[in-house]
Every structure is written in C-alpha cells, then in structure tokens.
Design a protein around this ligand. Structure first.
Ligand code: AMP
Length: 541
C-alpha cells in the first residue's frame, strides 16, 4: 500500500522560488575583478535567472545538455548555478586550475554544448579551445564587447541578457533528471564525472541546513571562498537560498587581506574554505586585527584542519572553527564536527581534540569502516578502517564509466578511499587516504597524524608526510617541512626529538627535508603525488 502524499518533484527551481518569496531583499554581494563591490538581492537573482534561462533556450540548449562554466565565484556564476538546471540542462562546473590536457579531456568527455567563461580567465581557456570540438557557443562575462579573442562563436553575457525575455516557465519537472556535473580532481587515472540529480541536490541542501549540520539561517552571511568549480561550492549556493542567508562571493580576490576585509565589512557569519586559505587568514588577522566578531563558524573542509590551527583561532582570535568532511561524490557533505552537549564539560584542550576530528555523519548519510577483507569494524576510536558511505546524495556510478567496482561495493556502498577511526559517539577521525598510508613492516602509519603533530610545532608552517620505499620495511615515512617565515631556526634532529614522545618509535620519519612550499593540487590540497615523484623514486638517503 502506498502512502497518500503528493508526488512533489524535488527540483532546484523550488529552492529559488522559496528564496524569492520569503527573502526578496536579502543581499548577494560580489567583489568584482576591478576591486569594486557588486550587490543585488534574491529578487534580482530570480529575475536574471529567468532571463538567463531564455538565453540558454536561444543558444539551443535542450534538457539534458551539458553547459560548462569556467569562472571564479561571482553573481554571474550563481545565476548559471540556477538557470542551467532550472531550464532542464546540466551545470558542468570546470575547474580553472586544471592542466590544459585535463581541461580538454573533461570538456570533450562531458560534451559541453555551451561554455560560459569569466573573461578574466579567457587566456587559460583560449589555450585549450582548439582541441575542443563539441562546444557550439562561448559566452563571455566580465567582458566588454570590444574584447578580442581567438575563441570561435563568441557572444557577450550582458548583451544576451538585455535582449532576453524575463518571463520563463521552469523546465525541470523530473526530480531524477541530472542537474550538475563535477569531475573529481583525479589524483589517479583520468578525472571522473559525478552527475548530481535535482533530487540528490535538493536533499543535500536540506541535509546541509539541519540544526546538527551547517544550520544556516536567514541571519547568516556566508562567504564562499570554496570555489564554485569545486564540489558545487559545498552546495552553499543552494543552502543559502533555502535558508535565506546572504551570500558574499570573493571573485578572484583570495589573498588573506582581501578575505579579512570582506569578512569585516560584510559582517560575515560563516566563511567557508579549505585549511590552506585559513592558515593565511590567521596570520593576516594576527598582524592586522579587524572586527571579525560576527563569525559564528569558520567552516573548513576539503582537507584536514590542523588541530593547532583550530586552537589558535579560538585562543587568539576568538573564532569557532567548524570542521567538516565530504567528497565530490557526496555532493559533498558527509560529516560535521560540532561539539555535542556531552563535550561541553570537557577542558578546552579536549574540545579542540574533538573539533579536529572530521565529525559525525550528517543525518541522511550512513557510514561504516571496514578492513581489507571487507569486514565491518568497531566504533571504538582506535580501530582504523576504510570509510564507506551510502545515502540519497551519494554517487552510485561515475558518468560514462561502465564498471567501477573498485569504487562501489557489491552491497551498495561507496568506497571513499579515506581511512579513519570512528569514536563510540560517532565522530570520524581520518587517519589517511588508503593510498597515502605508510605501510611499514606490515603495520599502518598515519601520515596525517605525523603531519598534524609537526604543524603544531611553533616553527613549522606546513608539513607533509609521504611513504618512501625501504628494502627492509617496505615503506618508511619521510616528512617534508615548510618553516614559518618568522620562525626560530630548527634542525631535523630537533623536530624528530619533538615527535619522539608522541608516537611509537617505528612511526618516526626516517628522513626530513625542508622546502619553500608544499606543492598543492588544483583545489589547494597537498599534492603528495608530486612529493612522491620528487622524493620516493630514489633509494633512501
Ligand atoms: P574532493 O572530492 O576533491 O573534495 O576530495 C575529497 C577528499 O578530500 C576526501 O576523500 C578526503 O580525503 C579529503 N577531505 C575532505 N575533507 C576533509 C577533512 N575535513 N579532513 C581530511 N580530509 C578531508
């Protein structure tokens, strides 16, 4: 017997309609390339999304077509986030930091029909356009008509918008239709496409806004530093609209002084970004204090937030850090690390330990940890296993990949490739990626634990630990360290002595190298592949 409830499609236009009806005057602010601020409201967004949906129709975009975006975080990109899915097409966000070969591969693989380009990024795209044959139109924004370009079939965003009708009937009626496409950064093999549906993104939006999750409300002002070309900006463009939260987008201005200024001037309550961004912001705020007292949660994910930085933010700047974990394949939100009521009695240093974990699963996401044999492991805070997840906003396959059994289990779980412990009260603590674990004499060594410990040393700014081959033990850990610019000099022996009391002896790195900067991936994470290439391919020194 079926229930007697409405068959109400969970589509993106419902989210926009809600914001337009309830929060018409809430503001959306963008820092433009020239440094000036652009500001409008959800009413303007709504009206322009309708125009843009008509523009897409005129360009020949049909339901199901993929439409690429190549842009910083700005209001035009936000308009595309809505207009593309609300007209039935698929919003394919292209990562502006990819190598040319990867970008070409991704556009061709997705068969993007139209690509919208932020003109400040035009040279990057021009470099690959000759190898792309599927794109029928390029549309430029943040550009004057006179702009010269090598791209064929170019039109200008504002001209198309000026000519378009502002009346439009939303076309997304099937909640299971695809609405967004994001390729994972592809640390191994070709990048893989994750194809979100309206339903999955709608449910993710509701998951993100639960009180135990990000809990956005209409009183929030969210600064999305996390790029819109990475994992749908953690779904924040949809979560903000549903909650009625105001949005601030930094455009290309990602330097710490710019971000500090935006947080202070726009009275931001939730800045959202990866740890490397917040390392820079911390030093900026220490050197040039500003009024950041409105921040209720500095949202951080994408890589582990070092415990030392969580502590420093709270002690020195009175800023509460909210650590979260997710993956492109998970839309992306999986866990958040709010303290729960039973933590409030704990001393501060134990609370920071909790906050440094990646957190408990957002309701809607199921998690388990398993060993190499696929057996489920205990949630005892000690036993490490591979994290597997399932739920309504988690991918069940990759786009145009027939068999991906290495990523999905026969009983319907997604294999994250992260290795973690789960505490009894359900807090995940990531100890590694399966491929980054150091396996020494058959035992696992967590590179992440060593990194965090090194980064807690006052002279160390960044540290990455990789496995290097070893004849006797198979692999041994090596640490690559960047010293803070104002640091007292420290030797490798001193750092090893500092680590010694904290870890079993066999965990201590065999080798330590000081470098200027840790190489980063296109989304700002430590690029251990480059480090392995540089250090692991020789014999131990
Ligand atoms: P991506 O799909 O590019 O966002 O990458 C997802 C991966 O980033 C995860 O599988 C984790 O390895 C890593 N990651 C994301 N958030 C965190 C976090 N809070 N702590 C540690 N690793 C993280």
């Amino acid at each position: 017997m079926h229930g007697l409830m409405m068959d109400y499609p969970l589509t993106m236009d419902r989210i926009l309609e809600h914001a337009y009806r309830l929060y018409p005057h809430k503001r959306i602010t963008t820092k433009l390339p020239d440094g000036s601020m652009h500001q409008y409201t959800y009413t303007h967004l709504y009206e322009r999304v309708k125009r843009l949906a008509n523009v897409l129709g005129k360009l020949g975009v049909k339901p199901g077509d993929r439409v690429g975006t190549f842009a910083w975080n700005n209001y035009q990109h936000l308009e595309l986030y809505y207009a593309i899915p609300c007209s039935g097409a698929v919003c394919h966000t292209l990562n502006i930091r990819l190598f040319p070969e990867q970008l070409t591969y991704i556009v061709n693989h997705a068969e993007d029909k139209v690509v919208f380009i932020d003109a400040t990024l035009l040279p990057l795209f021009e470099g690959v356009a000759e190898q792309i044959d599927c794109v029928q139109h390029y549309v430029l924004f943040n550009a004057d008509r006179g702009l010269e370009t090598k791209l064929p079939n170019v039109s200008f965003y504002e001209e198309l918008m000026a000519d378009a009708d502002d009346d439009y009937e939303w076309r997304a009626t099937d909640e299971n239709a695809a609405m967004g496409l994001c390729y994972t950064s592809g640390t191994t093999g070709d990048p893989k496409g994750v194809l979100y549906s309206h339903r999955s993104m709608y449910l993710h939006t509701m998951g993100a806004n639960q009180a135990n999750s990000l809990a956005l409300t209409e009183a929030d002002v969210v600064l999305t530093v996390v790029p819109q070309f990475h994992a749908m900006a953690w779904g924040l463009p949809y979560a903000c609209a549903f909650a009625g939260a105001e949005m601030v987008m930094p455009g290309p201005h990602l330097k710490p002084p710019d971000l500090a200024e935006m947080i202070a001037e726009e009275k931001v309550t939730v800045p959202a970004g990866v740890p490397t961004i917040w390392t820079g912001l911390y030093h900026e705020l220490k050197e040039n204090p500003r009024d950041v007292s409105h921040v209720r949660a500095l949202l951080v994910g994408g890589a582990a937030m070092p415990r030392a930085l969580i502590e420093a933010y709270e002690k020195d700047l009175n800023i509460n850090v909210l650590h979260a974990w997710g993956m492109t394949e998970m839309s992306p939100l999986g866990t958040v690390s709010h303290l729960q009521s039973h933590h409030h009695e704990l001393p501060k240093h134990e609370q920071w330990d909790v906050k440094a974990r990646q957190g408990y699963p957002v309701a809607g996401v199921e998690m388990r940890i398993v060993n190499d044999a696929g057996e489920e492991l205990l949630w005892d805070g000690v036993t490490m296993g591979e994290v597997q997840v399932r739920g309504p906003w988690i991918a069940k396959a990759y786009y145009k990949v027939d068999s991906s059994s290495e990523h999905f289990t026969p009983d319907g779980w997604f294999r994250t490739g992260d290795v973690a412990t789960m505490s009894e009260d359900g807090y995940m603590h990531i100890t590694d990626r399966t491929k980054d674990l150091v396996k020494s004499g058959g035992e696992w060594i967590s590179s992440v634990a060593l990194e965090n410990s090194l980064m807690a040393h006052q002279s160390v700014m960044e540290a990455a630990v990789i496995a290097i081959p070893d004849e006797r033990w198979g692999e041994r850990p090596m640490a690559v360290v960047v010293l803070a610019s104002d640091a007292n000099p420290v030797t490798d022996e001193e750092l090893l002595e500092y680590l010694a009391p904290k870890f079993p002896k066999f965990w201590l790195p065999n080798r330590l190298a000081f470098i200027e900067e840790i190489p980063k991936t296109s989304v700002g994470k430590f690029d251990k592949k480059v480090l392995r290439h540089r250090y692991a391919e020789g014999k131990l020194g």
